[in-house]
Design a protein around this ligand. Structure first.
Ligand code: DGL
Length: 280
């Protein structure tokens, strides 16, 4: 079924401004984007959906990720009546954003991609280090991004198996994560990278550790804030920004373990809130 935001709201246009913004990731990574969205759009209502029955997405087949992303998009737009769908996952954006836009042609769909463009503008050594999942780095979208914005730079890519699992378990410090991360980072910094791009939404939760391991002369870039500003811009264009705070401000859904997502929300965002089961 093809549907879109105007279809969903045509019988009740007044509810468009107060409808929630849906934020989606395979697991807890998108909470780093939600944090920025809440900062930039304090009046808005958000629903967060973690497809944690299938996390991590990083090495799964593209077709599987696209199928899951579409299932969650249908749940958010058709059942939760969200006015926007933010794909707070680099891997899912690379695999599926075109299909989501095709399926929901008039919906506000915002994706996320590694900060290659700002990194190319900020580097002094001309060497960029990109940390992301294997799928993101292997995607056509990433190839085009590098070609478009950093063709004259040396772009070093580092897939990071294992990192997402640490963040999912709430393990953001300690000898194990530190030794895994220092292996990934030393390869990049050792070859002259002076900007590191966090190309997976789980990684901003490791930013303090990454910064310490890389050293203060290296810039560490994440993408939550630009995504939040883009969401604001798109909603303003559609005339559907909330004009005053709407309650309840936050609702959380998980396709898998609801308790572990609730614990992660408390640990990563400091919010003690219930998590419902997502039927998708
Ligand atoms: N957080 C996701 C990203 O930005 C992917 C993590 C995963 O499920 O592998 O790519």
């Amino acid at each position: 079924m093809v549907c879109n935001v105007s279809d969903l709201f045509k019988d009740a246009p007044d509810t468009l401004k107060t409808a929630p913004i849906a934020v989606f990731d395979s697991g807890v990574g998108g909470l780093s984007v939600l944090r920025s969205l809440m900062e930039v759009l304090p009046n808005e209502r958000f629903v967060y959906v973690a497809d944690n029955a299938h996390v991590p997405y990083g090495d799964r087949p593209q077709a599987f990720i696209a199928e899951r992303t579409l299932a969650v998009a249908r749940f958010c737009l058709n059942q939760l009546h969200a006015k926007a769908f933010v794909i707070a996952c680099n891997t899912a954006t690379a695999a599926a954003i075109s299909q989501v836009r095709e399926c929901f042609p008039n919906a506000v769909v915002v994706g996320i991609e590694p900060a290659v463009k700002p990194a190319a503008m900020q580097t002094r050594t001309g060497v960029l280090g990109i940390l992301a999942t294997s799928n993101t780095l292997a995607s056509e979208k990433f190839r085009a991004l590098v070609q478009g914005y950093a063709a004259d730079k040396t772009v070093l890519v580092q897939p990071c198996p294992g990192l997402v699992e640490f963040v999912e378990q709430g393990e953001l410090t300690g000898p194990d994560i530190e030794s895994l991360l220092s292996r990934y980072i030393s390869v990049l910094v050792g070859q002259g990278a002076d900007v590191l791009v966090l190309g997976c939404t789980h990684y901003p939760f490791l930013a303090p550790l990454i910064q310490r391991l890389a050293g203060q002369s290296v810039q560490v870039l994440e993408t939550g804030l630009p995504v939040a500003r883009e969401t604001q811009r798109r909603l303003a264009l559609e005339g559907c920004l909330a004009e005053q705070p709407v309650s309840p401000a936050l609702a959380f859904y998980a396709t898998g373990n609801t308790t572990s997502l609730a614990q992660a929300i408390e640990h990563l965002l400091g919010l003690a809130l219930p998590v419902s089961r997502a039927a998708c």
